[in-house]
Write a protein that binds this ligand. Structure first.
Ligand code: ATP
Length: 606
């Protein structure tokens, strides 16, 4: 009865009420000193504490059937007291229904705890993953988080909560008879030992399987994404063969780890069944010797089975527990970096002076320098063109200025403040960036141009106005109106549904959305026709009049009339930097008066 009263005392929000609003989490992220994960766990502690409390009651109530059995053998069978049997059965049914109720509440508490953890942490996990797109942990982060959440709400967590009650069963076994207690104690030591051995043996195998599965999955996704090219170039079979090789390697690893794990599970089952049966035998022997009652024969077997069941369950769910532990550690690593990023001062809006001091960028593997010792500055109202051959490092440098990529060494300053001291989200509002690949997202054209601001800003009318202004600014308004649904035209992930030129124009509108102070445009004229080139010039001239700072990566000379300075990159280094006319005079080679003759085609063997 007390258990039932206690069940009613559980706050409704822990088991069935509405879950916490997602915004609460942002407060967790912003706290600089305490780890985000510890804060989230602290917030869910109430759920876990209540679930642990219910585990205590559930485990106590599991003894009820044993007591029933003992009473039936000791009071009902010898005396034939059917009234006593009826009463005992009523008590048993009451105990079992309370047990079921508490077990249900316990499961619900864990599920709600998982949901709460999701509400608190998933925004941060997403933010952390997006903030570090190049890190392997970031890519795995959301999957890791789901692993932790599922483990918290599943049977593995229930088993872990049951484990601390093993001593209670041991004590009851010892009370029944020391020999029965000794058998239970042996099982209580031997089974965890097997579990420990299992973990030691399969740990590295499990981690390899996890990595191999991830790689294989990535390759399959890449093949599906690039299916058109594979089909057009007749590469399908080659690709399938390559994917199958990886898959086979992964399956072989998975099978051998699975076999090994299976051996341990079998050993565990054998030991538990053997102990249960031996307990029956020992009970019978002790009953013959009149050391225990006949009822205790079955009761001891039942108690041993019950005591060892959570241990067996933890071993059975060991992969879930190990995966969750690793996922938790990986998430911790991801958030350690995020926590140090969070302590930022709010800086005033930049005026547009951009300075690069000895900027170095390495490739993701840190094996090669992509940008080397680049120093330059651009003033508000200036247009700097970055030119140079393919692979010279122009886009990489542009990505650094746009804060899409942090340099490995050196600094980038906006109005004298280091880019690292800015909150990326705030600085992003002052930057207009057109990447080399437009990178549009699933959503309408209006949402893409507005940088999805509608998700956090409720003033839709103002946003619509700004979207149209941005589109007009880059001369994309008419182009958008021609599409079915106009600004509401739906773009699929990766910009599918638009031509390359259309995508670039919409990405350009997104770059100028909100009138940013600094614009970084990576080959904005790559897909433009002659009229588009002219329009781009008008846009650049307008930006210059408004004293915006523009950095434009280009291979074409058509924008030169509005450019002030040119930086020429070569093999990652700044080969030339100066005023437009100076640099053009050095790099422009006059066209030959007549084209060189085309050599006559030589026939093979002639
Ligand atoms: P293009 O004019 O062809 O666009 P670019 O001058 O813009 O070329 P970047 O895209 O900056 O050149 O690339 C510079 C160098 O960095 C190249 O040699 C490229 O191989 C290397 N690089 C760029 N991104 C990566 C990456 N993610 N991993 C490894 N190397 C990279």
């Amino acid at each position: 009865m007390r258990a039932m009263l206690q069940a009613e005392a559980v706050p409704l929000d822990l088991i069935g009420g509405p879950h916490a609003p997602r915004d609460r989490f942002h407060r967790l992220v912003m706290s600089p000193s305490v780890s985000v994960l510890s804060q989230a766990i602290a917030e869910c502690r109430r759920h876990i504490r209540f679930a642990a409390g219910f585990s205590a009651l559930v485990n106590l109530l599991y003894i009820v059937p044993t007591l029933y059995m003992l009473q039936v053998y000791e009071r009902v069978v010898p005396t034939g007291g059917l009234q006593t049997l009826a009463f005992l059965t009523l008590v048993l049914l009451f105990g079992l229904s309370t047990l079921s109720l508490l077990d249900r509440i316990r499961s619900r508490l864990l599920v709600r705890g998982g949901v709460r953890l999701d509400c608190l942490l998933s925004p941060a996990v997403l933010e952390a993953a997006i903030a570090r797109p190049r890190s392997a942990e970031a890519r795995q982060a959301l999957r890791d988080f789901d692993t932790v959440r599922n483990a918290l709400s599943g049977p593995a967590a229930l088993a872990v909560l049951d484990i601390p009650w093993l001593p209670i069963y041991l004590i009851v076994c010892f009370i029944m008879h020391p020999a029965i207690g000794a058998m239970a104690l042996f099982g209580g030591i031997a089974l965890p030992f097997i579990a420990w051995l299992n973990e030691r043996t399969v740990r590295s195998g499990l981690s390899e399987v996890r990595n191999a599965a991830f790689r294989s999955q990535q390759e399959q996704n890449a093949a599906i994404d690039g299916a058109e090219v594979l089909r057009a170039l007749g590469m399908q079979r080659n690709f399938v063969a390559r994917a199958l090789k990886r898959r086979d390697a992964m399956l072989t690893m998975q099978a051998s780890t699975g076999f090994l794990n299976g051996d341990f599970v079998t050993a565990t089952k054998f030991l538990r069944l053997a102990l249960q049966s031996l307990a029956l035998g020992a009970g019978a022997w002790l009953a013959v010797e009149r050391q225990i009652s006949p009822g205790a024969i079955f009761a001891s077997s039942f108690l041993i089975a019950r005591a060892l069941s959570p241990v067996e369950q933890v071993i059975g769910n060991w992969k879930t527990v190990a995966d969750a532990r690793k996922a938790w550690r990986d998430l911790g690593r991801l958030f350690d970096d995020l926590t140090s990023d969070a302590s930022r001062t709010t800086l005033p809006a930049p005026q547009g002076r951009v300075e690069l001091e000895a900027v170095f960028v390495l490739d993701p593997a840190h094996s090669r320098v992509i940008v080397q010792n680049v120093s330059l500055s651009v003033e508000p109202g200036q247009i700097l063109a970055i030119m140079g051959p393919s692979g010279a490092g122009k886009s990489t440098l542009a990505r650094c200025v746009a804060n899409a990529l942090l340099p490995d060494r050196g600094s980038i300053r906006f109005d004298g403040s280091n880019i690292r001291d800015w909150d990326a989200e705030t600085l992003g509002r002052h930057i207009g960036y057109l990447p080399q690949t437009p990178t549009l997202f699933e959503g309408t054209i209006a949402e893409n141009i507005a940088r999805f601001a509608g998700e956090t800003d409720s003033d839709q009318a103002k946003l619509d106005e700004m979207v149209i202004a941005a589109a007009r600014r880059v001369f994309a308004h008419e182009l958008i109106l021609q599409l079915p649904g106009g600004y509401q035209y739906g773009i699929a992930q990766g910009g599918l549904g638009l031509s390359a030129g259309q995508s670039q124009r919409i990405a350009l509108a997104r770059a100028v959305f909100g009138a940013p102070t600094v614009l970084v445009l990576d080959e904005p004229n790559a897909h433009l026709d002659t009229e588009g080139d002219q329009r781009l010039m008008e846009l650049l001239a307008g930006l210059k009049r408004q004293r915006r700072t523009v950095i434009i990566v280009t291979h074409k000379l058509t924008v030169m009339p509005v450019v002030d300075r040119i930086a020429v990159m070569k093999e990652g280094q700044l080969a030339m930097l100066g005023s437009r006319d100076e640099v053009l005079a050095k790099i422009a080679r006059p066209l030959p008066a007549t084209l060189p003759p085309v050599p006559e085609r030589q026939e093979a063997g002639s």
